[in-house]
Ligand binder design. Structure first.
Ligand code: HXC
Ligand code: NAP
Length: 264
């Protein structure tokens, strides 16, 4: 379905974002990924080349999304390699659990800088390179955007901003034929994000009980929905904030209580 389409994933070198890149690579897309660390870029490229088959020549580069000029340079290099961008995915993010009073201004600002300013940079400077009309933009958000969570003040504020960027740019870019949506992963197993928030694997089972579908998510769950959002099947979907979370964001304690009442 994405044969020959250029799919660029910012922060696409590990976890959920790499999982999404893998999905598009399997579907025949030309992939570009970038993040800060060369070793992660190299490992992702090796995987994506293998998945895409002999003809696949994925592009990889390094840039910190907080640096406007570095983002502009890596986007230009990706477009030089793979042509105008059909699908843009912005997923670079940072997270550590900490109470607000234990954060320096730089600590709070580092997450705002990566998640929110970084998303602005990626979208702002990619716009001129999008294949218009028809391009699709997907921001990777988090439930913290609309569910307050202790020790997550920086992420809650940053991702709420990301979702408002999704909505406002859906308005500004709709007339150019560009759709902008947010994909909101729930708790996704075996990811850096989950390891940071719940380092004790024995707590996974209890967490899974707060998910109406009864399990943690997978990166493939996210990839499939990203491909739906980028596909023609979603041609009239823009400005949406779409949870991919097995119903987790419907609630925590009262979902668990419902399970208990149902004998779980
Ligand atoms: C308080 C902390 C801290 C902590 C770092 N800092 N960890 N403060 N408690 N636990 C402070 C540092 O002391 C420093 O402030 C400031 O944050 C910046 O830290 P640096 O290490 O210098 O920054 P940098 O190298 O830019 O790294 C950014 C980072 C890092 C966010 C801190 O963790 C990172 O690179 N993360 C990327 C990978 C990641 O987090 N992936 C998970 C995404 S999951 P001072 O004042 O000392 O200079 C996600 C949502 C998950 O986003 C949702 C699950 C449901
Ligand atoms: P991850 O593996 O750490 O992914 C983050 C990616 O962003 C990495 O490729 C990282 O590579 C890159 N990155 C980080 N800071 C960057 C920067 N300043 N500039 C450029 N690239 C940067 O984490 P993950 O858990 O899979 O999370 C991926 C996305 O899903 C994030 O947007 C996160 O908020 C969202 N999410 C995750 C979960 C979950 O359960 N894990 C739940 C909800 C939402 P480098 O280190 O090489 O830069």
């Amino acid at each position: 379905m994405f044969q020959g389409k250029h799919v660029l994933v910012a922060g696409g070198t590990s976890g959920i974002n790499l999982g999404i890149a893998r999905g598009f690579a399997r579907a025949g897309a030309k992939l570009s990924v970038f993040s800060r660390k060369q070793d992660k870029v190299d490992a992702a490229l090796a995987e994506l080349s293998e998945l895409g088959g002999a003809a696949a020549k994925p592009f990889g580069g390094t840039a910190d999304v907080r640096q406007a000029e570095a983002v502009q340079a890596v986007l230009a290099a990706a477009v030089q390699a793979n042509g105008a961008i059909d699908v843009l995915i912005s997923g670079a993010a940072g997270n550590f659990p900490a109470p607000a009073v234990a954060m320096s201004a730089n600590a709070f600002g580092s997450v705002i800088g990566i998640d929110l300013l970084g998303t602005f940079h990626v979208l702002r400077f990619a716009f001129e390179h999008l294949k218009k009309p028809g391009a699709s933009v997907i921001n990777i958000s988090a439930p913290q955007a609309f569910l307050p969570m202790a020790l997550q003040s920086h992420v809650c504020a940053a991702k709420a901003g990301v979702d408002m960027l999704t909505r406002t740019l859906a308005m500004e870019w709709g007339p150019a034929g560009v759709r902008v949506n947010s994909l909101v992963p729930g708790p996704i197993d075996d990811t850096e994000g989950m390891k940071r928030l719940l380092p004790d694997p024995s707590k996974k089972e209890a967490l899974a009980r707060t998910v109406p579908l009864g399990r943690l998510g997978t990166t493939d769950d996210c990839a499939d929905v990203a491909m739906f959002l980028a596909s023609d099947a979603a041609r009239y979907v823009s400005g949406a904030v779409l949870p991919v979370d097995g119903g987790w964001s419907l609630g925590g304690a009262h979902v668990a209580m419902g399970h208990m009442m149902m004998g779980g």
